[in-house]
Design a protein around this ligand. Structure first.
Ligand code: NAD
Length: 248
């Protein structure tokens, strides 16, 4: 299959999003020139070894990101809203997989959503395993409300070297989807960067929506380059029109 118009209106869809979809909401990406990795070394803040070595530093990094996410100026943008609208209107199975740890998809109204790299607004207790919503700072002195131990809480995010969440469910969806769309992701972090290959091997039409070519661009049948806030709503409208689902 090589054209959107060949897609049945009840075809299973999988959409993968990365940091690029949240850039226009004011959340920096990782790998762009003004991205987070231009300012801090990922080895210092985003690995289990970094947390074991200097938990205070890792907490400070995520505390700052959590506060920034909760700034009232940070809101979902038209790309998040378009994907929430697509989920509501699409007649077939739909799954949104995000590498993002922000909650902008939820705020835009997405519900069939998996956070494969965890969530910034949750804390995980390394002692009792309890996971709970967390909107304040976390520190080495913070007490776990579930087990009462001190210093055992960590941000519920997946660090480099750890296993992403929900991989079985995601793989099952990739294997049966007929359309796979990747939005705002550099294609450099695996296993997410390999999802296009899995979907394509199982017969899906694959579409890349990104500012520029990614590291895995060649694996996509179709490309739209530009800012997510513009190209995602345009693509969703195009998909709903050519498949006959229609706009609201
Ligand atoms: P990345 O930083 O590696 O790549 C971002 C991609 O988005 C690049 O290809 C870039 O060209 C593109 N982009 C930048 N601005 C864009 C825009 N306005 N419109 C469309 N595309 C744009 O991010 P990634 O591929 O998601 O890397 C994966 C890791 O980054 C994940 O582990 C994720 O947890 C993490 N991350 C998440 C957030 C967040 O939660 N919002 C922010 C930064 C990084």
């Amino acid at each position: 299959m090589e054209a959107l118009r060949d897609l049945p209106a009840d075809a299973p869809l999988v959409v993968l999003t990365g940091a690029g979809i949240s850039a226009e909401s004011g959340i920096p990406t990782f790998r762009d020139p003004d991205g987070i990795w231009a300012r801090v070394r990922l080895e210092d803040v985003a690995t289990p070894e970094a947390f074991a070595r200097d938990p205070g530093r890792v907490h400070a990094f995520y505390d700052a990101r959590r506060r920034a996410l909760l700034d009232p100026a940070v809101r979902p943008n038209p790309a998040h809203e378009a994907l929430a609208m697509l989920e509501r209107r699409w007649p077939g199975p739909f799954l949104l997989v995000t590498q993002n740890i922000d909650d902008l998809h939820e705020r835009a109204g997405s519900r069939r959503l998996l956070h494969m790299h965890g969530e910034l607004l949750k804390a995980l207790c390394t002692a009792c395993g309890e996971r709970r919503e967390w909107r304040g700072d976390l520190g080495v002195e913070t007490v776990c409300p579930a087990c009462g131990r001190r210093g055992t809480l960590r941000p519920d995010v997946v660090w480099f070297g750890e296993m992403p969440y929900h991989l079985e469910v995601i793989h099952a969806a990739l294997e049966r989807c007929r359309l796979f769309v990747a939005v705002g992701t550099s294609g450099q972090v695996y296993p997410a960067a390999g999802f296009v290959e899995v979907a394509r091997r199982h017969g899906a039409l694959t579409v890349e929506l990104n500012l520029e070519r990614s590291a895995v661009s060649d694996l996509f049948h179709l490309h739209r380059f530009g800012r997510a806030g513009e190209i995602v709503p345009a693509f969703v409208d195009e998909l709903l029109l050519v498949t006959g689902v229609g706009l609201a």
